[in-house]
Design a binder for this molecule. Sequence first.
Ligand code: SF4
Length: 367
Amino acid sequence: MIAKAVDVTNHSRISELGQRVLAGGTVARPEAQWLFELESAADIFDLIAWANRIREHFKGNKIHLCSIVNAKAGACSENCSFCAQSSFHQTGSPKYGFIDPEPVVEAADEANKNQVTAVGLVAAWKGLKEGPMLDEVCDRIRELAKTGKTRPDASLGIIKSQAVADRLKEAGLECYGHNLESSKRFFPSHCSSHTYEDRIETIGYLKKAGLKICSGGIIGMGETRDDRCDLAFSLKEIGANVVPINILNPIKGTPFENVTPLPPLEILKTIACFRFILPRQEIMIAGGRTVNLRDMQSMVFSAGASALMVGNYLTTLNQSVEKDLQMLKDLGLDPNWDSHDFADQADAPSFSAASPAFDEAAATTFA
Ligand code: SF4
């Protein structure tokens, strides 16, 4: 056996930061960066224990479940390097046009049966503009809302006008998924067909329309810890209500097919750091959890996660919803929300549609 000296000063500093967040305080950027750089397992488990306390303090034992419907699959015009649905990559991923009402209503029934709070319609395209497609999307949202069985959400790409965001809101949409994906610095390393600024601008229109924001990113694409820290602070600044953390599942045929996976402890540490930075947000573990965390996936809640994407992902399989529900039950966690309007969260005051990144006059339509 090789005994290792454990640095108790790290233990004290992690505790101090954890107590501060529990008391309603915040961690500064350099302090968060220090947390992201923790290396020893002893320190990471200290951090995880505090992230768990913070989650329990702000969220109790409630876990928010979301599911998605792939409303339009494949043949996307964008070149995101992680994505099986890009027309730039040969992945064999399914391709079909915008879905009919039946699968949407079925998804609402299924969600209701499985105590899932929200169903999101997700479309593989650059974005949405005014026209017949928007009319059809609004019909599907109305049908989903009319079931009364789930919160109607959607993730429909980049929006370039306030009118589109307003139409979605009027149709009954409550929350829009639009990931920042990574730090502003790293973004061009995984996408060159649109920009980080396009995404920030879209979020500005959505917020102005009164929609809640689901925005997070993907870790394990080759970004640095500094990039992950920047992403968390950007999500805080835009006032994301739900923060999905996806872990790259390298898909054969994509430029990222050979990227080395992150070690499970690095993933859990990242989730814990996000909980320190975003104590009141729903931190949701989404794509890539089963393949990357394997037996350790139930630890995401101890690391601070308060939400889970259940059911299959857009192009990859997940473990069954029954297995996820059993996992929550075994952990003493409860997916039952009578309603969820994010009233326990304070919106970030520093970001608004009037921020420098949001310039309606400069917004142009896209093909
Ligand atoms: S991530 Fe979205 S925008 Fe990018 S290629 Fe995939 S479907 Fe298209």
